[in-house]
Design a protein around this ligand. Sequence first.
Ligand code: ATP
Length: 249
Amino acid sequence: RPGLSMIQVEPVLPSTNAEMKLRIAKARHDLADGDVILAEVQTDGKGRHGRKWTAPVGGSLTMSMYWSFPDGYQSMAGLSLLVGVAICEALRKFNIEDAQLKWPNDIYLNGRKLAGVLIEVEGQIGATAHSVIGIGLNVNVPDTQYDVGQPHSDLTGYLGETPDRNRLAAAVIESLREMLPEFTQQGFGKFVPYWEALDLFADKKIVLQMGDKRFSGIDRGVDQSGALLVETEDGITRFHGGEVSLRGI
Ligand code: ATP
């Protein structure tokens, strides 16, 4: 299918990421970059570290996109940040100009979590990396009705009406398909200023939690690989994604 990507909508899936990973395992050669699986209902969505992602029936945009990295998984550095930039770009088409990003993988609106990104990858060192870009976005998830484990926002609450999920999906897919080729070839560097302009904690005090360890400092943006730059009295320390959780203080 040269130049053509598929968009598949399933009524119910445990997890769109799990379904895409199954495709990669079973029929990788049938997949093209930009292929997408969406679920009307996702029953067992996950966040990082196996945490639960809550997606009420009809209220969420839950989707996973396939993208390959011929130079291997090292060339994926900064991918979750890029996806955040792409989602904010898509939201602008719905007159939402003030969404922000929390390093490394969350989208915030009104200071509360609107969407999460979960990237998973299959691949071996020195070979093409096959990535799954999972997105869960709250379209109509009223906080009066749903407790998702932390303060959250949704588009309906923000806009005063529920946006069309199909149009929203199309905008997010388009935005990702537009940015990913350049990211794949040249890396995250060019996108650093875009990410920093959206940073929820720019120049603010933050605490990073790594297991039992805590580290605090001032958020000074990100480097070309998407690592967070944190300033303390001792200078700048870089943090890479993965095991780190971030909070404002
Ligand atoms: P955190 O957002 O706490 O910094 P994280 O980025 O590692 O952590 P994710 O892996 O993105 O979190 O998502 C899992 C967490 O997101 C859950 O533990 C829960 O607190 C929160 N969550 C679950 N469902 C939703 C939802 N629909 N909207 C907003 N937040 C949610």
